[in-house]
Design a protein around this ligand. Structure first.
Ligand SMILES: [Zn+2]
Ligand SMILES: [Zn+2]
Ligand SMILES: [Zn+2]
Length: 317
């Protein structure tokens, strides 16, 4: 049974989708101009949107798909599903007034598509170009602590299964398009990611240069002006007073009879007890548990992408 079809403003028809989402069944694209998700099961909605994105028929993967604002709270509990980034965003109480030019542009684009230029199922690049052209949008990164590297392109990564595969293949698709002059790119940021799994969830900490362990204690150095003795603070404390171990004078005023020229690290590994000024920095990847030096990390530049004239010609030819 086809799900509910409504006639909205400006002669635009909408199909409310609910049960077909639970079954992950794509409805007939000819039934209505736009689809409105009417299902509160975030995981099912995500799966359904991914099926649309991966669908070979331009009438399906280009279909305007909206979410209802009153379900926003439910979806937001599952931020890592990127539901909003996988469709055309929210509408409130079926009010599409402000979206009419946007929807019309997409519908005209779909209507005028020459069937012979439809992309083959594996022509993900062409599908991507068609989609962003029809939305008159740039391909923008999405910043989120829930994604592997911290920066993702959710709609492009949705073509692929598996987090790492999605990251690697999605980046390769964008990079390839840039190299073939189909996309311009605009620099946004630089990020450091694990060289093994591409995670950006990294823990940086000081390490002992001798034993490589990271259980260190920072100790403040004291410099006694009168005798020029320098040692860690602990060596000066005698109960409540600070006394110089070299000349036995009491230290009273910071800046007058002593200062603190810096700190040293002390390795708390019993077998090492090394004292040193310049620790190494070690990086632990929380995702794959490997240890790396900062210089070994992958450096990635983050860009937003824009379709070139060549890309637009490719869409229509
Ligand atoms: Zn050590
Ligand atoms: Zn002294
Ligand atoms: Zn890793």
């Amino acid at each position: 049974m086809p799900e509910k079809i409504l006639n909205l403003e400006n002669g635009i028809s909408a199909q409310l989708l609910d049960e077909c989402i639970d079954r992950n069944e794509i409805p007939d694209a000819g039934n209505a101009d736009i689809w409105i998700i009417n299902n509160d099961k975030a995981w099912n909605v995500r799966k359904f949107l991914v099926s649309i994105i991966r669908h070979p028929d331009p009438k399906v993967f280009l279909k305007p798909v909206f979410l209802q604002k009153d379900l926003k709270k439910t979806y937001k509990e599952h931020k890592n599903y990127n539901i909003k980034q996988l469709c055309d965003g929210y509408i409130k109480e079926l009010d599409i007034q402000s979206k009419i030019p946007y929807i019309r542009f997409i519908l005209n684009f779909i209507k005028n598509l020459n069937i012979s230029v439809s992309p083959s199922e594996d022509d993900l690049l062409k599908k991507t170009l068609m989609y962003y052209y029809s939305r008159n949008k740039n391909i923008e990164f999405h910043e989120s602590s829930e994604s592997l590297s911290g920066y993702s392109y959710p709609r492009i990564e949705a073509y692929y299964d598996g987090t790492t595969e999605a990251y690697v293949n999605g980046r390769a698709l964008l990079n390839g398009a840039y190299k073939n002059d189909l996309l311009h790119r605009n620099y946004v940021d630089t990020s450091h990611i694990c060289n093994k799994c591409y995670s950006g969830f990294l823990n940086y900490r000081e390490e002992c240069p001798k034993c490589k362990q990271h259980n260190l204690q920072a100790r403040v150095l004291i410099h006694h002006f009168r005798c020029a003795y320098v040692a860690t603070e602990t060596k000066f404390w005698q109960g409540e007073r600070m006394v110089c171990p070299k000349c036995s004078m009491e230290l009273k005023n910071l800046g007058v009879d002593y200062d603190k020229p810096g700190k040293v690290f002390y390795c708390l590994n019993d077998k090492c007890k090394n004292e040193f000024q310049k620790p190494l920095i070690g990086v632990h990847c929380i995702h794959c548990k490997t240890e790396q030096a900062p210089s070994e990390l992958n450096l990635e530049k983050i860009y937003n992408y824009e379709l070139t004239q060549k890309a637009i010609s490719k869409i229509f030819n």
